[in-house]
Each structure stands twice: as structure tokens, then as C-alpha cells.
Design a protein around this ligand. Structure first.
Ligand code: PGA
Length: 252
């Protein structure tokens, strides 16, 4: 299986629309020769409207509501995101789960709404440090995937991001063995849930940097990255993308 890798930058609550547009312009110009990687920018909602990027560049929202419209102050619907030209929506990020208390049931509704709107969910899963130390990593992944992907027709357009909570924004990266084991578990669970599922991207996220990207992208089962901190800086983001492109070209 040689899926085209994805490098996605999750900006979180960083960059105004003007800053975002200038970042994207600079980055795209530096990466015009990229042919084997899909590059995704996930700005805050306010930056999404003006983000018209040509493939292999795409934009993503960082969240959405599952209802189409209504009295949901502060929320954004799938069709609003769609009209901005985004292709992807990040869902179930650990900050949404742990800071904003999103439940697996909500995440499941969002995944379905995003698919119904012909966009692609990037569903994030991952264990906390306590859960890892208690030997519950696989259990947590199973529960998040089982509930987040409950009662779907197929997993065709879904991207999964394995992001151990303890590695997000901490500078601590999961080691190769931990990443490989977790990715193997994710794929095993997906197969159990949807036996016909295949060719699903499973990204790694958690303190990915220029210095560890080459090693991590070669871990079996890793089809790309979801990057927070290092996606905010032109040099780091382009460097990681180039590394993934180079490694991918070697496999072709
Ligand atoms: P990080 O964030 O790269 O800053 O660890 C990853 C993420 O939150 O997706």
C-alpha cells in the first residue's frame, strides 16, 4: 500500500486572515514543485474564506457543527465550510475533546455531517499519558474509533490522525515503536469495524518537527502528519513537506 502522503498544518487559534493568506502564498510558492504529497492548511474559520489554493494544496476547517443551520451561537455548518472551498474538516482533536468537552457521540454526528456534505473528515484519536501508563492505549483507540465511526455506510473518504495527547504541543514525540504499534492497532480496529475498509490514511501527530519528520514518515503505517506548532512557521512546514516528498519519491 503506497498512499499519497498528507501533510496537514493545524494552525489552531493562530494567524489573522491577512497573516494566513500571506503565509499560504509564501508556502505555496516555495512548494510549487511538490508532486507526491497533499498539503493541507487548516486555519481558524476566519481565515478559511480567502484560502483559494490549487491542488496539491487544500484547506481544512478545524471543527464544525453537525446541524445544517439553527440557533447554535458560535457554530459553523458544513455548507458554510464547503462554500469557502475547504475539502477537509478536522474532528475530535484532543483540544476539542479535553478542553471543550466534546463527546464521541458529538464527534460521530460531525463525521456523518461532513461526509454527507461531501467533505473529508480528519478524525483525531489518541490516548492521554495516564491511559498509556495504565496500558489502555489500544482500548482508548478502539473506543474512540468505534464510537466516532458508529453506523456509517463506509469509511471511504475518512482520514484518521493518531495523536497521543501527551505528545501534542509538548515537544515530546512518540518513539517509532509506539507510533508503529498504535498505527497497527488503528488499522486492526478499522478492519474489525468495517472489514471492507482499505487504503485509509492514518496520519501521525504530536510534536512533528523538521528534525524528526524523516524518521517518523518511514515508520510502517504512517501516511503523513497532522502538525500543530511547526505548521505555523514557513521554514519548518516547507521543510517537513519536502522531507515527506523526498521519502515518498524513493518508494515510487
Ligand atoms: P503539535 O500539535 O505538532 O504542536 O504537537 C499537533 C496537533 O495538535 O495536531
Amino acid at each position: 500500500m503506497n498512499l499519497r502522503p498528507i501533510v496537514a498544518g493545524n494552525w489552531k487559534m493562530h494567524k489573522t486572515p491577512t497573516e494566513g493568506a500571506s503565509f499560504v502564498e509564501t508556502t505555496v510558492n516555495l512548494l510549487l514543485d511538490i508532486q507526491h504529497v497533499s498539503v493541507i492548511f487548516a486555519p481558524p474559520f476566519t481565515g478559511l474564506f480567502d484560502m483559494d489554493v490549487p491542488p496539491p494544496f487544500y484547506s481544512a476547517a478545524q471543527n464544525c457543527h453537525w446541524e445544517e443551520k439553527g440557533a447554535f451561537t458560535g457554530e459553523i455548518s458544513v455548507s458554510m465550510i464547503q462554500e469557502c472551498g475547504a475539502e477537509f474538516v478536522i474532528l475530535g482533536h484532543s483540544e476539542r475533546r479535553h478542553v471543550f468537552g466534546e463527546s464521541d457521540d458529538w464527534i460521530n454526528r460531525k463525521v456523518k455531517a461532513v461526509l454527507a456534505g461531501d467533505l473529508k473528515p480528519i478524525l483525531c484519536v489518541g490516548e492521554t499519558l495516564d491511559q498509556r501508563e495504565a496500558g489502555q492505549t489500544e482500548l482508548v483507540l478502539k473506543s474512540q474509533l468505534e464510537q466516532g465511526l458508529a453506523s456509517m455506510d463506509s469509511l471511504k473518504e475518512i482520514v484518521i490522525a493518531y495523536e497521543p495527547v501527551w505528545a501534542i504541543g509538548t515537544g515530546v514525540t512518540a518513539n517509532n515503536e509506539q507510533v508503529e504499534l498504535a498505527h497497527t492497532s488503528v488499522r486492526k480496529i478499522l478492519k474489525e469495524l468495517y472489514p471492507e475498509s482499505y487504503n485509509i490514511h492514518v496520519l501521525y501527530g504530536g510534536s512533528v518537527k523538521p528534525g524528526n519528520a524523516e524518521e517518523l514518515i518511514q515508520v510502517p503505517g504512517v501516511n503523513g502528519f497532522l502538525i500543530g506548532g511547526a505548521s505555523l512557521d514557513v521554514e519548518s512546514f516547507t521543510s517537513i513537506t519536502r522531507t515527506v516528498e523526498t521519502v515518498q519519491m524513493r518508494t515510487l
